[in-house]
Design a protein around this ligand. Structure first.
Ligand SMILES: Nc1ncnc2c1ncn2[C@@H]1O[C@H](COP(=O)(O)OP(=O)(O)OP(=O)(O)O)[C@@H](O)[C@H]1O
Length: 227
């Protein structure tokens, strides 16, 4: 039985007064790995922002994890974001503290209290991205690919039901992009649902999966040719 984690019906997305996407109908089920592609300015980031509550949904119906995007209140947004893991192109690590401190900061901010449990969780997520030995380093002491792996570890801290990755390989060279993609593939195999916006067609070819395309104010599913 499909188990939808995200359902959008007849959704229109605006930036100010201008219509970015209209009549969007999308469903993502538990365990899916879905790409979101489209040229610059086609609306990928606006789509992602609507999902994590940065842009409000004013037209159509949208349900994500247990939340109704139409009736989402300002106060609900931090709780929605705990059920989502968001990964950005520019990593967004806090530069004035170590990797361990970055991760502990998020745990504290999301209500964790027990120091031992927090330390264990930090170790667990670092292990998932193969960065167990790097917790004592500062972000600037890591390569771009390593920083992105830490950002993925941070997204995993609260066992999110859906990971939203907005151009996660956008700042990385092709080889490092593949390494980060391998991490995302691995966590998807372990049951995490992932929606990834990307420009990187080489990744799509290497790791084919369900693909949504933003074009001409629409979002539609692209059928990938094999071979
Ligand atoms: N904060 C904003 N205020 C007003 N208009 C915006 C804002 N952010 C984006 N837009 C406009 O909305 C449209 C969609 O932009 P969006 O950033 O969603 O596209 P994108 O597909 O993510 O592009 P890119 O690949 O360059 O990140 C563009 O026309 C853009 O100019």
């Amino acid at each position: 039985m499909p188990n939808p984690i995200l359902q959008l019906k007849n959704v229109s997305i605006y930036q100010g007064d201008s219509l970015v996407l209209s009549n969007v109908n999308v469903e993502i089920n538990k365990g899916d790995f879905v790409y979101l592609i489209g040229k610059t300015g086609s609306g990928k980031s606006s789509f992602m922002k609507t999902l994590y509550g940065d842009l409000s949904l004013t037209e159509g119906e949208g349900h994500i994890v247990e939340y109704d995007l139409k009736t989402l209140k300002e106060d609900d947004i931090p709780f929605l974001r705990r059920k989502l893991g968001v990964v950005f192109q520019d990593f967004k690590l806090l530069t004035d503290r170590t990797i361990n401190e970055n991760l502990l900061f998020v745990l504290k901010a999301t209500g964790w209290k027990d120091q031992n449990q927090m330390n264990t969780r930090v170790e667990e997520v670092l292990a998932k991205v193969d960065m167990k030995t790097k917790g004592f380093k500062y972000p600037h002491e890591l390569s771009g690919g390593e920083q992105q792996r830490i950002a993925i570890a941070r997204a995993l801290l609260n066992n999110p039901e859906l990971i939203l990755a907005d151009e996660p390989t956008g700042n990385l060279d092709p080889q490092t992009s593949i390494e980060v993609m391998e991490v995302l593939q691995e966590i998807n195999k372990n049951g995490n649902t992932i929606l990834m916006a990307t420009h990187d067609y080489a990744l799509l070819l290497k790791y084919p999966s369900k693909t949504l395309k933003c074009d001409d104010n629409q979002v539609y599913e692209v059928v990938q040719r094999k071979g």
